[in-house]
Design a protein around this ligand. Structure first.
Ligand code: CA
Length: 230
């Protein structure tokens, strides 16, 4: 199997060295940049398999880098794992809405970083299922065409909106969805869904999932994620 390549954008040199060392030890090919403009140029020249992107960068910041990479056809599909400080929730939401795949909060343990990198690389295969596709996640099966949800073989009654939200989340396990992304995906199905209404819908979905309620995780300040099995 070819070596997977990871491009690390980080302006703090000691963190950069540490991350580079650990990723190389795991067998990844690592390229780096310490500022946004340099990163965008190098990444567009030779798109890697994944970008690890610090959001707080001098000059062109991480969100701008994310926006530029997602806009270019060559790099639009390259997963971006954002690196953020604890108080950057608004930036995380903005980054996810620009198309970043996941984020990790500083300070992180190297073991956690490696696990997230592996998960993001694995997820790269497979686009989100279309709205009518049957989604199966563990013992939960969602059949939009038949308006049917089954948990461990038992049919569970859900509203159209609940089913759409569950379908969206379960179709991309491990992926954080912001409230806005959820609203956009289900808008106009049976009534206007707002940010706050998403939280309300999630409460309903969890209640109906019963013993499997914990498969929908709340990502504080950001949104929701369907628990990935591994
Ligand atoms: Ca930084």
């Amino acid at each position: 199997m070819a070596k997977k390549s990871i491009f690390v954008v980080e302006d703090e040199e000691d963190i950069l060295d540490l991350v580079r060392h650990h990723l190389a030890k795991e067998g990844y090919g690592v390229s780096t940049a310490t500022n946004g403009m340099e990163a965008v140029k190098a990444i567009l020249r030779k798109p890697p398999d994944l970008v690890l992107l610090d959001l707080m960068l001098p000059g062109l910041d991480g969100l701008e880098v994310c926006r530029m990479l997602k806009k270019d056809a060559q790099t639009a599909e390259v997963p971006i794992l954002m690196v953020t400080a604890k108080d950057e929730e608004a930036d995380v939401v903005a980054g996810l809405e620009l198309g970043a795949d996941d984020y990790i909060v500083k300070p992180f343990r190297m073991k956690e970083l490696i696990a997230r990198v592996r998960a993001a690389l694995r997820r790269r295969r497979g686009a989100p299922p279309d709205a009518e596709a049957v989604v199966q996640a563990g013992d939960i099966v969602i059949h939009p065409g038949r308006h049917e949800v089954k948990v461990a073989g038992e049919a569970v009654e859900m509203t159209v909106t609940e089913l759409r939200i569950l379908h969206l989340l379960a179709g991309r396990p491990g992926w954080v969805m912001t409230r806005d992304q959820i609203v956009d995906a289900v808008r106009g199905e049976d009534y206007a869904v707002t940010d706050r209404a998403v939280d309300f819908q999630i409460v309903g979905i969890r209640r109906k999932l019963g013993a499997r309620a914990d498969c929908i995780e709340t990502v504080r300040g950001v949104g929701y994620r369907f628990r990935a099995e591994d």
